[in-house]
Design a protein around this ligand. Structure first.
Ligand code: HEC
Ligand code: HEC
Ligand code: HEC
Ligand code: HEC
Ligand code: HEC
Length: 395
C-alpha cells in the first residue's frame, strides 16, 4: 500500500515538473539571478550556480522553488539588503532546515512557480496566498499545538487564541468539539476556499484572510442579509449577521484572523507535529462566584449575553426587545432550581415579535451534557451575584 502510494506521488510530482517547465516561458527568475550573481566578486561566486533551485520534500508532498529567487535566504554573508536577496530573519531556518521543511509549509504560496506573482500565490486560481507579515504566525499552529512553548515568536497568534476565549466565541461556534453549534463550526476554517465566501462587500484581491479580517471588523457590513423585497418571490427575509460587532482594534482583528487561518485539518506526517500542550492545572478561585464567572466565560455565555451578562446583542424579531436579554435580574425571576433547569434545557424557539417574519436567529442553547453539577452551582452563584451589582433603590 505504502509502495503504491509512493509510486503514485512520484509520478504525480514528475507530471507536475513537466507541466511547470512548460509554463516557464517568461523566466522572470533569470533576471534576479543575473543581478545577484553579478553583485558578487569571484571568491563569493565560487560554488554558486544559476538555474532553477528546488527543495523537494516528498513526505510533505511539496516542491518549493522559492530559493531560485530568494537565493541568499540561507547565506547571511552574501545577502543583499533588498528582496528577493535578503537572508532569512531570525533562527527559523536553523530550527526548520530548508531541505526538510521547505518554505511553503510556513509561508503559503505556490512552491513550483517561478514568477513572482504566481510563486507568491497572489493570483486568482491559487488557494494559499503568501502569508505576509504577521500572518505567517498562523502556520506555526499546524505543528506547534502548544503555543505557550513558542509564544515569544508568535505573539499575535497567542493573542488571537486568548481573545477567542475571552470574547465568548464558543457560545455560538465550535472548534474541535468544544463550543455550541448555533453557528458555523470553525475547526477547519483555515482551509475554506475563498470561492465559498461572499466578497460583494470586501474590496481588493479576494483572499480568506482579507474576508476574515473585514468580517471581524464589521460582520454586518460583510454579511448584511436581505429584505424580502430584495429576494426572489417566495423566499424568506434573511437577517443581517448576528455575529456580534466587538469593536475590535486592527491588531485584535488581525490576531483573530491569524488564529482562524491556523485552524486547518492539513494532514502532516507525525514527525513534523509536536505534542499538544500538557493539561493546565485547575485554577484556584477565591469564591464560588469567581469560579462561576470563569464558567460563564469558558462556555461563551458572554458571546450572546454580553460582558458580565449586560445584554445588548441584537436578536432580530425576538419578543424581548429584539435583543438577547441581560442577566442582571435573573435572581428576581428564578429560584436556584428553576434557573438550573432553564440552563440545562435551554429555550428554543424564541418567541417572535412579528409572527409573519422569520424566527429570531439566536436561541438559548441547551447545556445539559456540557456543564457538570459543580460548574452549574458556581454559575448560579455568579448569575445571582449580578443582581447585587445593579444600582438598588432610588426613586
Ligand atoms: C521569481 C522570483 C521569486 C520567487 C520564485 C519567489 N519570490 Fe518571494 N519575493 C520576490 C520578490 C521580487 C520579492 C519582493 C517583492 C514582493 O514583496 O512581492 C519577494 C518577497 C518575498 C517575501 C517578503 C514579503 C513581504 O511582505 O515583505 C516573502 C516572505 C517571500 N517572497 C516568500 C517567498 C516564498 C515562500 C516563495 C516560494 C513559494 C517565493 N517567495 C518565491 C521574488 C520571488
Ligand atoms: C518555520 C517557518 C518558516 C519557514 C520554514 C520559512 N520561513 Fe520565512 N519567515 C518565517 C517567519 C516567522 C518570518 C518573519 C520573521 C520576522 O518578521 O521576524 C519569515 C520571514 C521571511 C522573509 C522576510 C520577510 C520580510 O521582509 O520580513 C522572507 C523573504 C522569507 N521568510 C522567505 C522564506 C523562504 C524563501 C523560505 C524557504 C527557504 C522560508 N522563508 C522558510 C517563517 C518561516
Ligand atoms: C511543518 C511543521 C512546523 C511548522 C509549520 C513550524 N514548526 Fe517550528 N518546529 C517543528 C519541528 C518538528 C521542530 C523541531 C522540534 C524538535 O527539535 O524537537 C520545530 C522547532 C521549532 C523551534 C525550536 C524549538 C526548541 O525548543 O528549540 C521554534 C522556536 C519553532 N519551531 C517555532 C516555530 C514558529 C514560530 C513557526 C511559525 C512561523 C513554526 N515553528 C512552524 C515543526 C514546525
Ligand atoms: C452570537 C453568536 C456568535 C458569536 C458569539 C460569534 N459568532 Fe462568529 N458567526 C456567527 C454567525 C451567525 C456567523 C455567520 C454569518 C456571518 O457570516 O456573519 C458567523 C460567522 C463567523 C465566521 C465565518 C465562518 C464562515 O465559514 O463563513 C467566523 C470565522 C467567525 N464567525 C468567527 C467568530 C469568532 C472568532 C468569534 C469570537 C470573537 C465569533 N465568531 C463569535 C455568530 C457568532
Ligand atoms: C447562542 C446564544 C446564547 C448563548 C451562548 C447563551 N444564551 Fe442564554 N439566552 C439566549 C437567548 C436568545 C435567551 C432568551 C430566550 C427567550 O427569549 O426566552 C436566553 C435566555 C437566558 C436566560 C433567561 C433570561 C431571562 O430573562 O429569562 C438565562 C438565565 C440564560 N440565558 C443564561 C445563559 C447562560 C448561563 C449561558 C452559558 C452557559 C447562556 N445563557 C448562553 C441566548 C444564549
Amino acid at each position: 500500500m505504502k509502495r503504491v502510494f509512493f509510486l503514485v506521488s512520484t509520478i504525480l510530482l514528475a507530471v507536475l515538473f513537466v507541466l511547470s517547465y512548460w509554463e516557464d516561458s517568461t523566466r522572470e527568475w533569470t533576471a534576479y539571478q543575473r543581478r545577484f550573481l553579478g553583485s558578487l566578486n569571484r571568491d563569493e561566486r565560487r560554488g554558486l550556480s544559476g538555474g532553477i533551485k528546488q527543495l523537494v520534500m516528498s513526505d510533505l508532498r511539496r516542491v518549493d522553488r522559492c530559493t531560485t529567487c530568494h537565493i541568499a535566504i540561507d547565506k547571511p554573508a552574501l545577502a543583499l539588503a533588498e528582496q528577493p536577496f535578503m537572508a532569512h530573519p531570525g533562527s527559523y531556518l536553523l530550527w526548520h532546515p530548508p531541505e526538510k521543511f521547505g518554505c511553503t509549509v510556513c509561508h503559503g504560496g505556490q512552491g513550483l512557480a517561478t514568477e513572482v506573482k504566481a510563486a507568491h500565490g497572489e493570483v486568482k486560481h491559487w488557494e494559499q496566498p503568501l502569508l505576509r507579515g504577521e500572518l505567517v504566525q498562523a502556520s506555526c499552529y499546524k505543528c506547534h499545538g502548544d503555543v505557550k512553548a513558542i509564544e515569544s515568536h508568535v505573539p499575535r497568534l497567542a493573542q488571537g487564541i486568548r481573545l477567542y476565549k475571552q470574547l465568548g466565541c464558543a457560545g455560538c461556534h465550535a472548534v474541535r468539539g468544544f463550543g455550541q453549534a448555533v453557528s458555523i463550526d470553525l475547526s477547519d476554517i483555515g482551509d475554506k476556499p475563498w470561492q465559498l465566501l461572499d466578497f460583494t462587500f470586501v474590496e481588493g484581491h479576494p483572499t480568506l484572510s482579507r474576508w476574515l479580517y473585514e468580517h471581524f471588523k464589521e460582520p454586518r457590513k460583510v454579511t448584511p442579509g436581505f429584505r424580502k423585497e430584495e429576494l426572489p418571490a417566495g423566499e424568506e427575509e434573511i437577517y443581517p449577521s448576528f455575529m456580534p460587532n466587538y469593536g475590535l482594534t486592527d491588531e485584535e482583528a488581525l490576531a483573530l484572523t491569524i488564529y482562524m487561518l491556523g485552524l486547518t485539518e492539513e494532514n502532516l506526517p507525525a514527525k513534523y507535529v509536536l505534542p499538544p500542550p500538557p493539561p493546565e492545572p485547575a485554577p484556584a478561585y477565591a469564591s464560588s462566584v469567581e469560579a462561576g464567572r470563569a464558567v460563564f466565560h469558558t462556555y461563551g455565555c458572554n458571546g450572546c449575553h454580553g460582558i458580565d451578562g449586560r445584554g445588548g446583542r441584537k436578536n432580530w424579531n425576538a419578543q424581548l426587545g429584539q435583543e438577547v436579554p441581560a442577566l442582571a435580574y435573573v435572581k428576581t425571576i428564578y429560584d436556584r432550581e428553576s434557573l438550573k433547569e432553564l440552563i440545562r434545557a435551554g429555550r428554543q424557539p424564541v418567541p417572535r415579535l412579528d409572527p409573519t417574519r422569520p424566527r429570531p436567529p439566536l436561541y438559548m442553547p441547551s447545556w445539559k451534557d456540557r456543564l457538570n453539577d459543580e460548574e452549574l452551582e458556581h454559575l448560579v452563584d455568579y448569575l445571582f451575584s449580578l443582581y447585587e451589582q445593579v444600582p438598588q433603590g432610588g426613586g
